[in-house]
Design a protein around this ligand. Structure first.
Ligand SMILES: [Zn+2]
Length: 344
């Protein structure tokens, strides 16, 4: 091997190491069948104050660390309770969803959200990439709120001195092929963390995913005023008081537009909304934001590192701009006001 060849080999090695590092969560461990147990062992070790580093077969996997367990309650469409952990995967922030015999780890990469799924006792590893919204897909909202319709006397679950609660029933349209875990990772985990830590730290968030509800998840959408028909359809079958108190019904669809030109639509301070989950973005959080009192006028642009800025979740047209995945200070204040909470 001459000097040039060696140099080339070194360059190739460096490149493959680089790929290995950037996709560390996607690299299957020597025994993927043990991933769920290893994760649970790390959770147990954390409770006993031991080191968080998970015993792993590959160096790339050993970097998966638990950061914090989210307090919210999440129910999957098959009835399993899910716990969500903020994790650190090789230095990058991600989330792990643990439910029954499965573990799902998601990390945001440049091309989208990478979701890796493991099942206890199985060597199969599921990889899923949910692409970022491309420029031609403008998560446009236009005037995606209707002021009247399904307000119920400003009913929130924060009365009687009880801790405030936000309950969302995410009704997954029959045309959505994403798994529950992928939907949670793409649309809900960052929002849940933000709600818990920065919007309503004294409260609790409940998210329930539901599928195959006849007359609801087979709803035809995509036309003007579809939101009204959706509200009528869902309230005929599911009461806003069910299954566990006042619930915001959010229809999640595979199509890019729930009404012409709008990626989402919702009643302001209401109980019915629709959101596209075609891409990894914050359309669901935007529509829930409206249902909790958030408005476009209070959205803001923020610095997001050197020479980069991001727009907060209630920004009217999020396309071509980096999402911050947080509500602005102004919208956080509105959401708290709606829940009768003092300013933070
Ligand atoms: Zn909007």
């Amino acid at each position: 091997m001459n000097h040039m060849d060696r140099k080339r080999v070194r360059a190739i090695c460096a490149l493959s190491l680089c790929i290995g590092a950037s996709l560390s969560h996607a690299s299957p461990p020597t025994d993927p069948a043990r991933m769920v147990e290893d994760f649970d062992a790390q959770v147990a070790a954390r409770d006993s104050g031991a080191r968080l580093r998970r015993p792993a077969a590959q160096p790339s996997d050993s970097s998966l660390r638990l950061v914090e367990r989210l307090n919210s309650q999440v129910l999957l469409s098959d009835g399993r309770d899910a716990t969500i952990w903020e994790v650190n995967d090789g230095g990058r922030e991600g989330f792990a969803i643990r439910a029954g015999d499965t573990l799902s780890v998601s990390v945001a990469e440049e091309d989208g959200l990478h979701v890796t799924g493991y099942t206890r006792g199985s060597r199969r590893v599921d990889h899923n990439t949910i692409p970022n919204a491309p420029e031609q897909f403008m998560p446009e909202y236009k005037d995606d709120t209707v002021e009247t319709g399904d307000q119920q006397g400003d009913q929130t679950d924060s009365q009687d001195g009880k801790p405030p609660e936000v309950r969302v029933a995410a009704l997954v349209h029959d045309d959505v092929e994403l798994s529950d875990e992928a939907i949670l990772a793409a649309q809900f985990t960052r929002w849940i963390k933000h709600m818990e830590t920065e919007v309503m730290p004294e409260g609790k968030v409940y998210v329930e995913l539901r599928r195959r509800v006849a007359g609801v998840t087979d709803f035809t959408y995509g036309y003007d005023r579809a939101l009204y028909d959706w509200r009528d359809a869902v309230t005929k079958i599911l009461s806003p008081q069910e299954p566990f108190g006042y619930v915001r019904h959010l229809l999640l669809v595979n199509g890019k537009h729930v009404e012409p030109g709008a990626a989402g639509y919702a009643f302001l301070k209401g109980y019915s909304g629709m959101a596209s989950v075609a891409y990894s973005s914050d359309v669901a959080a935007h529509e829930i934001g409206h249902m909790l009192g958030g408005v476009h006028e209070r959205a803001a642009q923020r610095e997001a590192g050197l020479l980069q800025s991001c727009v907060t979740t209630m920004w009217k047209e999020a396309g071509r701009r980096v999402p911050c995945y947080t509500y602005s200070v102004g919208n956080t204040a509105l959401i708290r006001e709606y829940h009768h909470l003092p300013p933070l």
